[in-house]
Design a protein. Structure first.
Length: 133
């Protein structure tokens, strides 16, 4: 949303999306809000910012990483409300495959996990009191 809708860029041109994501995230975390950063993020560009955000955050931080093939990524994209806003051609430009980031202790989410399972897992691990039973 920040890249495509606010800044109208498809990629990380000039570092503007990275800086804006960091600024927004820090602003919200400093005010006690929970923040989820999600997207096809190029680890080569985003790693330093993400690692620093986690290091600086005084609260609990969790990191998850999708380990999906490109065809599976496309299949899942087709089920989203934004499916008509961008497609395979644009996603091929962004997608870099599985890119774990050193220093984030990312939990892997694989293709066998359904949306409901992933949501339940994240809620249980991040917000145990509000997780569905």
């Amino acid at each position: 949303m920040i890249r495509r809708q606010i800044l109208a860029t498809g990629d990380d041109q000039g570092g503007l999306p990275i800086a804006l994501i960091e600024m927004i995230t820090r602003h919200l975390l400093d005010r006690g809000m929970d923040v989820i950063i999600e997207g096809i993020l190029n680890a080569g560009r985003y790693a330093d910012m993400l690692v620093q955000l986690v290091a600086d955050h005084r609260g609990i931080s969790r990191s998850y990483i999708w380990d999906l093939s490109f065809p599976e990524t496309l299949r899942r994209h087709a089920t989203k409300p934004v499916a008509t806003e961008f497609g395979e051609t644009q996603m091929r430009q962004w997608w870099r495959g599985f890119q774990p980031i050193a220093g984030l202790d990312e939990q892997v989410v694989g293709p066998a996990e359904t949306l409901d399972e992933v949501v339940r897992r994240v809620l249980t691990e991040c917000w145990p009191a509000s997780a569905p039973s």
